[in-house]
Design a protein around this ligand. Structure first.
Ligand SMILES: *Cc1c(COP(=O)(O)O)cnc(C)c1O
Length: 466
């Protein structure tokens, strides 16, 4: 059974408990039947819904603004907007994409401290008021182009904690310099209303948040003393999104909650937001690739005394996505990926390397991993491929992006898109569907369904969210 999420996007309902591997198997078998070797993503939208539930329970004081750059897939953005998550955008195109979903501009923070002038003008035109800054020139730009903006000062977090991707080398005003910057803002008559930070992406030490929140408090007080009406704390991103992360989300959440209660007690009424990216999407996507070529390398024994060289041949597999595509995360995001096969695990394994499809020697996904022997046409899959993968991929060498299949557990889907009572006469007149509708039921002609999106007045209520 399939439901409609808008924009040509259908979601296959899961009605009984199924493993990721079984979903991969189903679609790999479909590709085999259709003689299609294309790589594909399995997107488990229920995983994103579950993440939101955990967030609400674990960080009840913090409103998430999803960082669009992490994965700007339509289904991800549409679902997040429907469950009530807000957005962190960093460019005109990202803002456009989110506004096109019908999201109110007040649900967007333009969280790029160094913005191009034309983008600031666009934000002003579209009424996206909240934006970050960390330098004096930005204040002059905002004064000239959008003087009513609600400004959030991004400070530099402490750098002595371990993170997957450093951000402090590029952004953030040192807390010692905040006073000077705030004076400039005050002299320009600008409206500074909050403080933000980003501890770095893929935070590996929860304490980083505690120290950063404390520093934010100091800057907050400074700004209040200078006469600013401070109403917002933005604790940025950095939350882990997969089981294998060095520290669990819950560990960070408990440190954050404690620091918030100490430095920003609820009684004070300051609005707390965050900009999680990978938290929401990392584990929601699994990438399946096809073995398109293979090379067996028999090792030549160079040294008779070499104790290592006894394992027989080494396998090289070439697959149809790589470092220039979804696996760009290996370079840019310093990610580590883990490969799985559809074969039984008790087969003999060989030392194997996995290579992408482009002609570049750099295009290596895994250098040495034990795998059962594979043939051309076999499938390999990689879990936790939702964050900083497809959003930063290129089509270098003419390699196409993978297809996407969406799944969602039926109960979770129903929580976001409850069955609605439809006025059947109404539906007959409108040759398209609304988000949440069952595809087969609502219309006989799928082509027409996917034609145009409904006019605003044709909407029979909106998704209810939670
Ligand atoms: C990239 C980014 C995020 C998201 O970071 P995650 O580590 O994926 O949570 C949030 N805010 C800003 C300003 C960013 O640049």
């Amino acid at each position: 059974m399939k439901k409609y999420l808008g924009n040509n996007c259908t979601v296959q309902m899961i009605t009984y408990e199924r493993s990721i591997k079984s979903l991969v198997q189903e679609k790999a078998a479909l590709h085999d039947r259709e003689v299609k070797e294309e790589a594909f993503f399995i997107g488990d939208l229920g995983d994103i819904i579950a993440k939101y539930q955990v967030w609400k329970e674990t960080l009840p004081r913090v409103m998430p603004f999803y960082a669009v750059k992490c994965n700007d897939d339509y289904a991800v953005l549409k679902l997040l907007s429907d469950i009530g998550v807000n957005f962190d955008c960093a460019s005109k195109a990202e803002i456009m994409k989110v506004l096109d979903l019908g999201v109110d501009p007040s649900r967007i923070i333009y969280a790029n401290p160094c913005k191009q002038n034309s983008f600031i003008k666009y934000a002003a035109k579209k009424n996206v008021e909240m934006m970050t800054f960390d330098n004096e020139d930005e204040l002059h730009k905002v004064k000239a182009l959008f003087p009513e903006a609600k400004l959030v000062l991004r400070i530099l977090p402490p750098s002595n904690f371990k993170v997957q991707c450093e951000l402090g080398n590029k952004y953030g005003c040192h807390p010692d310099k905040a006073c000077t910057l705030l004076e400039v803002a005050r002299n320009l008559g600008l409206n500074v209303m909050g403080v933000s930070f980003h501890v770095g992406s893929g935070c590996e030490e929860a304490e980083a948040f505690a120290v950063a929140i404390q520093q934010a408090r100091n800057v907050f007080d400074l700004a209040i003393d200078m006469g600013f009406d401070m109403t917002l704390l933005d604790i940025g991103g950095g939350f882990p999104g997969q089981q294998s992360a060095p520290i669990p989300f819950s560990a960070i959440a408990s440190v954050v909650n404690e620091a918030l209660d100490q430095y920003f007690p609820a009684s004070e009424g300051v609005e707390i937001i965050a900009e999680p990216g990978r938290y929401f999407v990392a584990s929601a996507f699994t990438l399946t690739v096809n073995v398109i070529a293979k090379r067996v390398v028999t090792k030549e024994k160079t040294n008779d005394d070499d104790p290592v060289d006894t394992q027989g041949p080494v396998m090289m597999y070439y697959v149809n996505d790589g470092v220039y595509g979804s696996f760009n995360c290996l370079l840019f995001d310093h990610a580590k990926v883990e490969v799985s096969t559809l074969q039984e695990s008790d087969e003999r394994s060989y030392s194997s390397s996995i290579w992408g499809p482009t002609c570049d020697g750099l295009d290596c996904i895994l250098e040495d991993c034990p795998l059962p022997e594979l043939r051309v046409g076999h499938w390999l899959f990689f879990r936790d491929m939702g964050a900083y993968t497809m959003s930063a991929a290129s089509t270098f060498n003419g390699m196409p992006p993978p297809q996407k299949y969406y799944f969602c557990e039926q109960d979770q889907w129903n929580m976001v898109y409850p069955e609605r009572v439809r006025k059947s006469s109404y539906i007959q007149k409108i040759p398209f569907m609304m988000t949440g509708h069952l595809v087969d039921e609502a219309h006989d002609f799928a082509d027409e369904i996917f034609g145009t999106s409904p006019a605003a007045e044709a909407l029979v209520g909106s998704p209810y969210g939670f």
